[in-house]
Design a protein around this ligand. Structure first.
Ligand code: ADE
Length: 245
């Protein structure tokens, strides 16, 4: 798989590229390139953003700058056509929420491009005309798309063949299909007892079937707890709305 990240801060990814599962994925033939938006800006002084029309705080990434950057990186091809050739994903808090299903979907793509916003984000025309998708890593705002891009790259690179030491590690983990989308069961290691806290007997029993049943049961319980929590949150919100209305 080839992942390109369009960013104003390509150096940030040097640390990420040095992490074990990423070096493994790269050694297995996958690629992670960072493309510096400023390299191709048609504006003087490396300018890439501007003040928002209609007023308001912060700066907005310009559509002409993104157009030039994408053309510069991809051999002059119009970004309108580029998005017919690969998934071009704008990272923005208002995008589709990242989950394990989306990670699987992206990990199956041969090529993707991640666009990192900064400041107040993108001129909307970038999202509308150059991107195939917009993606959020959660309902909160971080200072820019770079950390979000790393989260996406991390989540999907560990799914790529060759990235993890043990090939089963990414199969049965939280929110995976193998666990029916539920959170993973708890893990324990040595010592078997510590300060009076004992590891559940079944895990020391050597009975593989019982261990499996115990793990699936714990995963189900955790799923129910999370379900109850979010139902509680929804209920509280609805209550607030009723109180306000
Ligand atoms: N940029 C700023 N906040 C973000 C978020 N939550 N997800 C993706 N990109 C972002």
């Amino acid at each position: 798989m080839r992942i390109d990240v369009v960013t104003l801060f390509p150096d940030w990814f040097d640390w990420f590229r040095a992490q074990r599962h990423v070096t493994n994925a790269l050694a297995a033939g996958h690629e992670l390139r960072t493309l510096d938006m400023r390299e191709h800006t048609p504006l003087s002084g490396g300018q890439v953003d501007d003040t928002p029309f209609g007023g308001g705080a912060g700066m907005v990434l310009r559509v002409d700058v993104m157009d030039a950057a994408l053309r510069g990186f991809y051999g002059g091809i119009d970004p309108l056509d580029l998005r017919n050739q690969r998934r071009v994903i704008a990272l923005t808090p208002s995008g589709r929420l990242l989950d394990d299903r989306l990670v699987d979907e992206l990990a199956a793509e041969p090529d993707i491009t991640l666009l990192c916003g900064r400041y107040e984000g993108f001129d909307e025309r970038i999202i509308e005309h150059f991107a195939t998708d917009s993606l959020s890593i959660g309902e909160y705002v971080i200072a820019g798309g770079e950390l979000a891009a790393m989260v996406v790259c991390d989540a999907l690179m560990r799914k790529l063949p060759g990235a993890l030491g043990h090939s089963d590690s990414a199969l049965e983990e939280s929110f995976s299909r193998a666990l029916g989308g539920r959170p993973e069961y708890p893990h324990y290691t040595r010592p078997a007892a510590y300060r009076g806290w004992k590891v559940p007997d079944v895990l020391l029993s050597g009975h593989h079937e019982q261990i499996r049943d115990w793990r699936l049961e714990r995963s189900r319980e955790r799923g129910e707890e999370r379900g109850a929590q979010s139902a509680g949150e929804r209920g509280a919100e609805e209550g607030e709305e009723r109180a306000e209305g």
